[in-house]
Design a protein around this ligand. Structure first.
Ligand code: PNS
Length: 175
């Protein structure tokens, strides 16, 4: 049985789902759908990760994510200009939501969750993603595409073409 927000007594109204989304994948969409089971609104929050140089511009990441969630009521996509916790405060968010594929994700996410809680007290809720999608990571998607592999099954419609365009532009710039 699929339970909606009323099962959780509507206590979580706004959940912020942050990430680089470089690009958005089917794994991300799975997390959004799961978050909608306990949150009335999910904000897909596209931020910059200090440890990674993105392939896609923020404009492209926003556009692709917006297209991918347009059929999901209660979901919007926004850019995070600075600290995630400040974004959450401005959005009046109740929780941050993140997906876990396995132990490596937990190890990476735990310090961020602790830091965000230290900064403003906001809690992070972890959802376990669909194991059938556990192999999908944006970094692997980029790597497969970079080496001419097929990524169509791993990402929402329109994303594969945008990734290939960005890789083509990056190659031309390097030459
Ligand atoms: O998808 P990612 O790259 O794992 O997401 C990491 C991200 C972008 C959510 C994180 O780097 C972040 O929150 N960046 C915004 C700046 C910030 O608040 N940094 C402190 C994080 S504890």
């Amino acid at each position: 049985m699929v339970r909606g927000p009323s099962y959780y007594r509507g206590r979580v109204t706004i959940a912020v789902f942050p990430g680089s989304f470089d690009p958005i994948t089917r794994g991300h969409l799975d997390v959004v759908r799961r978050a909608l089971r306990f949150a009335d609104e999910v904000v897909v929050a596209i931020a910059n990760n200090a440890g990674k140089a993105p392939l896609l511009s923020i404009e492209t990441r926003l556009e692709l994510a917006r297209e991918a969630v347009q059929h999901l009521p209660g979901v919007r996509v926004e850019a995070v200009p600075g600290l995630l916790v400040e974004f959450c405060r401005a959005a009046d968010a109740d929780v941050i939501v993140k997906g876990l594929r396995g132990g490596a994700d937990y190890d990476a996410e735990m310090p961020m969750a602790l830091m965000n809680r230290h900064l403003t007290g906001i809690e992070t809720v972890f959802v376990i993603g669909d194991p059938a999608l556990a192999h999908i990571a944006s970094s692997l998607v980029r790597d497969v595409a970079r080496n001419s592999g097929d990524i169509e099954d791993l990402v929402p419609r329109g994303v594969a073409a945008a990734v290939c365009r960005a890789l083509g532009a990056a190659r031309t710039t390097k030459e």
